[in-house]
Write a protein that binds this ligand. Structure first.
Ligand SMILES: Nc1ncnc2c1ncn2[C@@H]1O[C@H](COP(=O)(O)OP(=O)(O)OP(=O)(O)O)[C@@H](O)[C@H]1O
Ligand SMILES: [Mg+2]
Length: 271
């Protein structure tokens, strides 16, 4: 059964963005427009996957989307508090979990999250409560007084994701959140992303992965970033697949999903 949905306002506009590092163009003319996905009876967030071969510019694009690298050309707009007045993204607006799950080495998991949750004049007791609740929900309660160096990869990663959720509102960008995880941790991170996604109508998660099956299982939109031709080695969006219009979003994984995986892999290999 195909699920009904509507599209609301724009939650992200990557408007013809190019990034050059030194004198080397890395990505060129990347355009992505994401809308609020609305489904009756659901707090339906957006889940967007970016796939493509190594070196095609996924991490570079993510640094631009999170305001860590200014585009050489084009702009990246997100909604602001004032309705109908999008703003150019700047560092800190969008949560970013990088490929290495960066955490502060000298802070315990509890203190990392407390620091991330501190904004404005939120009272200490409220912050403590929120952090403890999340630690328990995400299975990190026992590890709360450990330093990142003494945590497993999966624990570090969950802490990194949590700290971004706490510090950055409804936008979350994750660069290869599934790499290097065991089967159980992959399932954990999948359910956490779904949880975050359903936590707010505007929740927007963008992730990259080399696991195309996972992308098709989780995302409602998938972009392939690649080189347009052999003599043009600059990353750009070569294909986009909207699982909502294909009737494959929010469905259990079936034969049509497998067919889509094949199609996407073909596009990736050709770019
Ligand atoms: N700071 C930098 N200085 C110079 N070149 C860079 C820099 N960062 C990235 N690049 C180059 O940009 C290209 C794209 O790199 P990027 O890390 O964005 O690729 P990716 O798609 O994320 O790859 P992977 O799948 O391996 O993570 C590569 O050729 C890389 O060498
Ligand atoms: Mg990368």
């Amino acid at each position: 059964m195909k699920h009904e949905y509507k599209l609301g306002g724009t939650v992200l506009l990557v408007d013809n963005v190019s990034v050059t590092i030194g004198d080397k163009p890395i990505i060129e003319n990347v355009t992505m427009e994401e809308h609020d996905v609305i489904r009756d009876g659901h707090n339906q967030g957006q889940m967007i996957a970016v796939v493509g071969r190594s070196g095609r510019g996924k991490s570079t694009l993510f640094k631009a989307i999170t305001g860590l690298r200014k585009p050489t050309k084009g702009r990246i707009l997100i909604p602001s508090d004032e309705a109908n007045k999008p703003i150019e993204v700047k560092e800190g607006d969008v949560g970013f979990v990088d490929q290495k799950y960066t955490l502060f080495r000298h802070l315990t998991l509890y203190n990392q999250l407390k620091l991330a949750a501190q904004k404005g004049s939120t009272p200490e007791s409220e912050i403590h409560g929120r952090v403890m609740e999340l630690l328990s929900k995400w299975g990190l309660e026992k590890a709360k007084d450990q330093y990142p160096g003494h945590c497993s990869g999966g624990q570090r990663q969950r802490a990194a994701i949590l700290s971004q959720i706490l510090s950055s509102g409804y936008f979350l960008v994750l660069d290869e959140p599934f790499s290097g995880l065991d089967v159980g941790n992959v399932e954990d991170v999948k359910s956490m992303l779904r949880l975050v996604n359903a936590s707010h109508e505007l929740s927007t998660i963008i992730f990259s992965t080399h696991d195309i099956e996972l992308a098709v299982e989780l995302a409602d939109k998938i972009y392939v970033i690649g080189f347009p031709s052999e003599d043009k080695q600059i990353g750009t969006i070569v294909s986009a697949f909207d699982l909502k219009t294909l009737g494959l979003a929010w469905q259990s994984y079936g034969k049509e999903h497998i067919d889509l995986v094949h199609d996407i892999k073909k596009k990736i290999l050709a770019s």
